[in-house]
Design a protein around this ligand. Structure first.
Ligand code: KG4
Ligand code: ZN
Length: 351
Protein backbone atom coordinates (compact mmCIF):
# COMPACT_ATOMS: atom_id res chain seq x y z
CA UNK A 1 0.00 0.00 0.00
CA UNK A 2 1.25 3.47 -0.69
CA UNK A 3 0.71 6.24 1.83
CA UNK A 4 0.08 9.71 0.43
CA UNK A 5 -1.05 11.78 3.40
CA UNK A 6 -0.14 11.53 7.05
CA UNK A 7 -1.29 13.25 10.21
CA UNK A 8 1.69 13.86 12.48
CA UNK A 9 2.10 14.63 16.17
CA UNK A 10 5.15 16.12 17.90
CA UNK A 11 5.32 16.46 21.70
CA UNK A 12 8.93 15.57 22.53
CA UNK A 13 9.75 18.70 24.52
CA UNK A 14 7.72 21.86 25.13
CA UNK A 15 6.04 22.48 21.77
CA UNK A 16 2.75 20.77 20.97
CA UNK A 17 2.60 20.47 17.20
CA UNK A 18 0.37 18.70 14.66
CA UNK A 19 0.57 18.63 10.88
CA UNK A 20 -0.81 17.11 7.73
CA UNK A 21 1.95 16.32 5.23
CA UNK A 22 2.00 14.81 1.75
CA UNK A 23 4.44 12.27 0.43
CA UNK A 24 6.49 14.77 -1.58
CA UNK A 25 7.14 16.87 1.54
CA UNK A 26 4.32 19.35 0.92
CA UNK A 27 2.97 20.60 4.23
CA UNK A 28 -0.80 21.04 3.94
CA UNK A 29 -0.86 22.64 7.39
CA UNK A 30 1.20 22.63 10.57
CA UNK A 31 -0.15 24.06 13.84
CA UNK A 32 1.95 24.50 16.94
CA UNK A 33 1.19 25.67 20.46
CA UNK A 34 4.19 27.13 22.16
CA UNK A 35 4.61 26.88 25.94
CA UNK A 36 7.30 29.52 26.45
CA UNK A 37 5.16 31.59 28.83
CA UNK A 38 4.52 28.60 31.10
CA UNK A 39 8.24 27.83 31.45
CA UNK A 40 9.51 31.41 31.49
CA UNK A 41 9.40 31.85 35.30
CA UNK A 42 11.72 28.82 35.67
CA UNK A 43 14.28 29.86 33.01
CA UNK A 44 14.04 26.44 31.35
CA UNK A 45 11.61 23.67 30.41
CA UNK A 46 9.91 22.02 33.41
CA UNK A 47 9.02 18.46 32.29
CA UNK A 48 5.83 18.12 34.39
CA UNK A 49 4.47 21.43 33.13
CA UNK A 50 5.34 20.46 29.54
CA UNK A 51 3.48 17.15 29.66
CA UNK A 52 0.45 18.65 31.39
CA UNK A 53 0.21 21.34 28.71
CA UNK A 54 0.51 18.75 25.93
CA UNK A 55 -2.44 16.90 27.48
CA UNK A 56 -4.51 20.09 27.42
CA UNK A 57 -3.46 21.29 23.98
CA UNK A 58 -3.08 18.25 21.76
CA UNK A 59 -6.65 17.13 20.97
CA UNK A 60 -8.00 20.68 20.42
CA UNK A 61 -5.04 21.30 18.09
CA UNK A 62 -5.83 18.17 16.04
CA UNK A 63 -9.47 19.24 15.80
CA UNK A 64 -8.40 22.69 14.65
CA UNK A 65 -6.03 21.17 12.07
CA UNK A 66 -8.79 19.06 10.54
CA UNK A 67 -11.22 22.00 10.59
CA UNK A 68 -8.72 24.39 9.05
CA UNK A 69 -7.67 22.02 6.26
CA UNK A 70 -11.29 20.88 5.70
CA UNK A 71 -10.00 17.33 5.85
CA UNK A 72 -11.37 14.40 7.77
CA UNK A 73 -10.03 10.98 8.63
CA UNK A 74 -10.95 9.61 5.19
CA UNK A 75 -8.19 11.80 3.75
CA UNK A 76 -5.57 10.57 6.21
CA UNK A 77 -3.71 7.36 5.33
CA UNK A 78 -1.68 6.95 8.52
CA UNK A 79 -0.35 8.66 11.66
CA UNK A 80 3.23 9.51 12.55
CA UNK A 81 4.34 10.47 16.03
CA UNK A 82 7.62 11.37 17.68
CA UNK A 83 8.42 8.45 19.97
CA UNK A 84 12.08 9.23 20.80
CA UNK A 85 14.28 10.90 22.01
CA UNK A 86 12.81 13.49 24.36
CA UNK A 87 11.16 14.10 27.70
CA UNK A 88 9.42 10.87 28.53
CA UNK A 89 6.25 12.42 30.00
CA UNK A 90 5.89 14.69 26.97
CA UNK A 91 6.52 11.89 24.46
CA UNK A 92 3.98 9.72 26.25
CA UNK A 93 1.15 12.18 25.57
CA UNK A 94 1.84 12.15 21.83
CA UNK A 95 2.38 8.40 21.57
CA UNK A 96 -0.73 7.46 23.55
CA UNK A 97 -2.83 9.90 21.51
CA UNK A 98 -1.47 8.58 18.20
CA UNK A 99 -2.08 4.97 19.23
CA UNK A 100 -5.63 5.74 20.36
CA UNK A 101 -6.46 7.58 17.15
CA UNK A 102 -4.86 4.83 15.06
CA UNK A 103 -7.04 2.25 16.81
CA UNK A 104 -10.22 4.33 16.70
CA UNK A 105 -9.81 5.35 13.06
CA UNK A 106 -8.31 2.05 11.93
CA UNK A 107 -5.09 3.55 10.52
CA UNK A 108 -1.48 2.36 10.69
CA UNK A 109 0.90 4.47 12.71
CA UNK A 110 4.65 4.86 13.08
CA UNK A 111 6.87 6.10 15.92
CA UNK A 112 9.51 8.47 14.52
CA UNK A 113 12.91 9.56 15.80
CA UNK A 114 12.76 13.31 16.44
CA UNK A 115 16.37 13.89 15.36
CA UNK A 116 15.87 12.05 12.09
CA UNK A 117 12.87 14.31 11.50
CA UNK A 118 15.04 17.43 12.03
CA UNK A 119 17.53 16.06 9.48
CA UNK A 120 14.83 15.65 6.84
CA UNK A 121 13.33 19.14 7.35
CA UNK A 122 15.12 20.61 4.28
CA UNK A 123 12.77 18.59 2.04
CA UNK A 124 9.66 20.27 3.44
CA UNK A 125 7.83 22.88 1.42
CA UNK A 126 4.51 24.65 1.51
CA UNK A 127 2.52 27.37 -0.18
CA UNK A 128 4.82 30.12 1.07
CA UNK A 129 8.16 28.33 0.63
CA UNK A 130 8.99 26.24 -2.44
CA UNK A 131 11.21 23.16 -2.13
CA UNK A 132 14.94 23.93 -2.40
CA UNK A 133 16.18 23.51 -5.95
CA UNK A 134 17.98 20.25 -6.75
CA UNK A 135 18.42 19.38 -3.12
CA UNK A 136 19.08 15.71 -2.34
CA UNK A 137 21.21 13.33 -0.26
CA UNK A 138 24.05 13.23 0.75
CA UNK A 139 24.60 16.32 2.88
CA UNK A 140 26.16 17.57 6.09
CA UNK A 141 23.65 18.68 8.70
CA UNK A 142 24.18 20.65 11.86
CA UNK A 143 21.22 20.20 14.24
CA UNK A 144 21.36 22.88 16.91
CA UNK A 145 18.64 23.61 19.44
CA UNK A 146 17.93 23.89 23.15
CA UNK A 147 18.11 20.10 23.49
CA UNK A 148 20.64 19.01 20.89
CA UNK A 149 23.85 19.91 19.09
CA UNK A 150 24.94 17.29 16.60
CA UNK A 151 26.76 17.22 13.32
CA UNK A 152 25.63 14.50 10.89
CA UNK A 153 26.57 13.09 7.58
CA UNK A 154 23.18 12.31 6.05
CA UNK A 155 23.89 9.59 3.48
CA UNK A 156 20.32 8.63 2.57
CA UNK A 157 17.01 7.90 4.30
CA UNK A 158 17.83 5.89 7.42
CA UNK A 159 21.63 6.24 7.10
CA UNK A 160 22.80 9.01 9.37
CA UNK A 161 26.36 9.07 10.57
CA UNK A 162 26.90 11.14 13.71
CA UNK A 163 30.20 12.96 13.19
CA UNK A 164 30.06 14.84 16.47
CA UNK A 165 27.80 15.73 19.35
CA UNK A 166 27.98 17.95 22.39
CA UNK A 167 29.65 16.38 25.38
CA UNK A 168 27.80 18.72 27.77
CA UNK A 169 25.36 21.55 27.04
CA UNK A 170 23.49 22.06 23.78
CA UNK A 171 24.21 25.33 21.94
CA UNK A 172 20.70 26.69 22.64
CA UNK A 173 20.98 25.67 26.28
CA UNK A 174 24.21 27.68 26.56
CA UNK A 175 22.45 30.72 25.04
CA UNK A 176 19.52 30.27 27.44
CA UNK A 177 21.68 29.88 30.56
CA UNK A 178 23.80 32.89 29.67
CA UNK A 179 20.64 34.92 29.00
CA UNK A 180 19.23 33.83 32.35
CA UNK A 181 22.28 35.19 34.20
CA UNK A 182 21.79 38.47 32.35
CA UNK A 183 18.10 38.50 33.32
CA UNK A 184 16.93 38.39 29.70
CA UNK A 185 14.04 35.90 30.02
CA UNK A 186 13.43 32.50 28.42
CA UNK A 187 14.19 31.29 25.80
CA UNK A 188 17.16 33.60 25.80
CA UNK A 189 18.76 32.88 22.42
CA UNK A 190 16.58 35.38 20.58
CA UNK A 191 17.34 38.13 23.14
CA UNK A 192 21.08 37.51 22.94
CA UNK A 193 20.82 37.60 19.15
CA UNK A 194 18.91 40.91 19.21
CA UNK A 195 21.23 42.64 21.68
CA UNK A 196 24.32 41.39 19.84
CA UNK A 197 23.34 43.25 16.69
CA UNK A 198 24.73 46.49 18.04
CA UNK A 199 27.38 44.99 20.34
CA UNK A 200 31.11 44.52 19.87
CA UNK A 201 31.96 40.80 19.48
CA UNK A 202 35.58 41.48 20.41
CA UNK A 203 34.86 43.35 23.65
CA UNK A 204 35.30 40.23 25.81
CA UNK A 205 37.50 37.27 25.08
CA UNK A 206 35.60 34.05 25.81
CA UNK A 207 36.98 30.53 25.27
CA UNK A 208 36.17 28.36 22.24
CA UNK A 209 36.33 24.84 23.74
CA UNK A 210 37.65 22.09 21.43
CA UNK A 211 38.40 24.50 18.57
CA UNK A 212 40.83 22.97 16.07
CA UNK A 213 40.92 19.57 17.81
CA UNK A 214 41.02 16.46 15.67
CA UNK A 215 37.32 15.47 16.03
CA UNK A 216 33.88 17.01 15.50
CA UNK A 217 32.42 17.04 19.00
CA UNK A 218 31.23 20.16 20.79
CA UNK A 219 31.48 21.51 24.32
CA UNK A 220 29.82 24.65 25.63
CA UNK A 221 30.03 24.32 29.40
CA UNK A 222 33.54 25.85 29.65
CA UNK A 223 32.43 28.84 27.58
CA UNK A 224 29.23 29.17 29.58
CA UNK A 225 31.09 28.99 32.91
CA UNK A 226 33.71 31.55 31.78
CA UNK A 227 31.02 33.96 30.57
CA UNK A 228 28.95 33.57 33.73
CA UNK A 229 32.07 34.10 35.87
CA UNK A 230 32.82 37.29 33.95
CA UNK A 231 29.30 38.60 34.54
CA UNK A 232 29.47 37.75 38.23
CA UNK A 233 32.63 39.83 38.56
CA UNK A 234 30.80 42.92 37.30
CA UNK A 235 28.42 45.21 39.17
CA UNK A 236 24.79 45.30 38.06
CA UNK A 237 25.28 48.70 36.46
CA UNK A 238 28.41 47.56 34.67
CA UNK A 239 26.51 44.55 33.27
CA UNK A 240 23.67 46.77 32.06
CA UNK A 241 26.09 49.22 30.43
CA UNK A 242 27.93 46.41 28.64
CA UNK A 243 25.00 44.11 27.91
CA UNK A 244 25.29 44.34 24.13
CA UNK A 245 29.05 43.71 24.14
CA UNK A 246 28.67 40.76 26.53
CA UNK A 247 26.00 39.22 24.30
CA UNK A 248 27.92 39.84 21.07
CA UNK A 249 31.12 38.37 22.52
CA UNK A 250 29.33 35.30 23.85
CA UNK A 251 27.42 34.78 20.62
CA UNK A 252 30.63 35.10 18.60
CA UNK A 253 32.24 32.32 20.65
CA UNK A 254 29.27 29.98 20.09
CA UNK A 255 29.12 30.73 16.36
CA UNK A 256 32.87 30.35 16.03
CA UNK A 257 32.74 26.94 17.73
CA UNK A 258 29.88 25.71 15.52
CA UNK A 259 31.53 26.98 12.35
CA UNK A 260 34.88 25.42 13.26
CA UNK A 261 33.37 21.91 13.35
CA UNK A 262 31.24 22.51 10.28
CA UNK A 263 34.07 23.85 8.15
CA UNK A 264 36.47 21.09 9.16
CA UNK A 265 33.84 18.41 8.47
CA UNK A 266 33.18 19.89 5.02
CA UNK A 267 36.86 19.85 4.16
CA UNK A 268 37.24 16.27 5.40
CA UNK A 269 34.11 14.76 3.79
CA UNK A 270 33.90 17.06 0.74
CA UNK A 271 30.14 17.40 0.90
CA UNK A 272 28.97 20.41 -1.05
CA UNK A 273 25.52 20.52 0.54
CA UNK A 274 25.16 21.88 4.07
CA UNK A 275 22.01 22.05 6.19
CA UNK A 276 21.49 24.06 9.37
CA UNK A 277 18.48 23.08 11.44
CA UNK A 278 17.09 23.46 14.98
CA UNK A 279 16.06 26.65 16.80
CA UNK A 280 19.59 28.08 16.99
CA UNK A 281 19.79 28.13 13.18
CA UNK A 282 17.58 31.24 13.48
CA UNK A 283 20.62 33.06 14.87
CA UNK A 284 21.43 36.08 12.73
CA UNK A 285 25.20 35.98 13.18
CA UNK A 286 25.41 32.25 12.50
CA UNK A 287 23.40 32.70 9.30
CA UNK A 288 25.63 35.56 8.25
CA UNK A 289 28.88 33.68 8.86
CA UNK A 290 27.61 30.40 7.36
CA UNK A 291 26.24 32.17 4.27
CA UNK A 292 29.50 34.03 3.66
CA UNK A 293 31.47 30.78 3.99
CA UNK A 294 29.10 28.91 1.66
CA UNK A 295 29.24 31.69 -0.92
CA UNK A 296 33.01 31.91 -0.84
CA UNK A 297 33.39 28.15 -1.26
CA UNK A 298 30.47 27.72 -3.69
CA UNK A 299 28.64 25.39 -1.31
CA UNK A 300 24.89 25.01 -1.28
CA UNK A 301 23.60 26.05 2.14
CA UNK A 302 20.02 25.14 3.03
CA UNK A 303 18.36 26.53 6.14
CA UNK A 304 14.70 25.47 6.21
CA UNK A 305 12.14 28.18 7.05
CA UNK A 306 12.34 28.76 10.79
CA UNK A 307 8.91 27.15 11.37
CA UNK A 308 10.44 23.86 10.15
CA UNK A 309 13.76 24.36 11.99
CA UNK A 310 12.21 24.57 15.44
CA UNK A 311 10.31 21.59 16.81
CA UNK A 312 7.35 20.92 14.51
CA UNK A 313 5.14 18.03 13.46
CA UNK A 314 5.62 18.59 9.71
CA UNK A 315 9.14 17.14 9.79
CA UNK A 316 7.83 14.17 11.80
CA UNK A 317 5.12 13.58 9.23
CA UNK A 318 7.57 13.62 6.34
CA UNK A 319 10.03 11.25 8.04
CA UNK A 320 7.10 8.99 8.98
CA UNK A 321 5.70 8.92 5.45
CA UNK A 322 9.03 7.99 3.91
CA UNK A 323 9.39 5.09 6.32
CA UNK A 324 5.74 3.97 6.11
CA UNK A 325 6.23 3.78 2.35
CA UNK A 326 9.22 1.49 2.95
CA UNK A 327 6.85 -0.90 4.72
CA UNK A 328 7.55 0.09 8.32
CA UNK A 329 4.86 0.48 10.95
CA UNK A 330 4.67 0.44 14.73
CA UNK A 331 2.74 -2.01 16.85
CA UNK A 332 0.41 -0.97 19.64
CA UNK A 333 2.93 -1.95 22.31
CA UNK A 334 5.24 0.90 21.17
CA UNK A 335 6.60 2.84 24.15
CA UNK A 336 8.35 6.19 23.98
CA UNK A 337 12.01 6.26 24.96
CA UNK A 338 14.07 9.15 26.31
CA UNK A 339 17.00 8.16 24.05
CA UNK A 340 17.34 7.13 20.42
CA UNK A 341 17.34 3.42 19.59
CA UNK A 342 20.79 1.88 19.02
CA UNK A 343 20.22 1.46 15.28
CA UNK A 344 18.80 4.92 14.61
CA UNK A 345 22.24 6.42 13.95
CA UNK A 346 25.72 5.32 13.03
CA UNK A 347 27.53 6.60 16.08
CA UNK A 348 30.57 8.87 16.22
CA UNK A 349 33.87 7.81 17.72
CA UNK A 350 33.97 8.89 21.34
CA UNK A 351 36.75 11.14 22.54
O1 KG4 B 1 14.41 23.80 18.12
P1 KG4 B 1 13.92 24.59 19.28
O2 KG4 B 1 12.74 25.50 19.06
O3 KG4 B 1 13.50 23.67 20.46
C1 KG4 B 1 14.32 22.68 21.01
O4 KG4 B 1 15.13 23.03 21.91
O5 KG4 B 1 14.22 21.51 20.56
O6 KG4 B 1 15.15 25.43 19.82
C2 KG4 B 1 15.02 26.32 20.87
C3 KG4 B 1 16.39 26.88 21.20
C4 KG4 B 1 16.40 27.70 22.47
O7 KG4 B 1 17.51 27.33 23.24
C5 KG4 B 1 16.52 29.13 21.95
O8 KG4 B 1 17.17 30.00 22.85
C6 KG4 B 1 17.34 28.92 20.71
O9 KG4 B 1 16.83 27.73 20.14
N1 KG4 B 1 17.18 30.04 19.76
C7 KG4 B 1 18.18 30.87 19.40
C8 KG4 B 1 17.62 31.82 18.52
N2 KG4 B 1 16.29 31.51 18.36
C9 KG4 B 1 16.04 30.41 19.14
N3 KG4 B 1 19.46 30.89 19.76
C10 KG4 B 1 20.23 31.86 19.22
N4 KG4 B 1 19.77 32.81 18.39
C11 KG4 B 1 18.47 32.82 18.00
N5 KG4 B 1 18.01 33.76 17.17
ZN1 ZN C 1 14.21 19.34 18.28
Amino acid sequence: MSFQTVLAIETSCDDTSVAIVRRDGFVVSCLSANQDLAHQPFGGVVPEIASRNHTLQLLPLIEELLRKTKMDWEHIDALAVTSRPGLIGSLLVGVVTAKTLALAKNKPFLGVNHLEAHLLAPFLHDEQSPAPVEFDYPYLALAISGGHTQLYLVQELGKYQVLGRTVDDAAGEAFDKFAKILGLGFPGGVQVDRLSMTGNPKAYVFPRPMKGEDHFHFSFSGLKAAAIRRVEQMSKDEVQMNLKDLCASFQEAVVDSLMDRLMRAESKYHLRKIVLTGGVSANTRLREVASAWAKKNKLSLVIPPIRYCTDNAAMVGYAGLLRLNRGEKSEHDLSPTASSWPNDFIEADTI
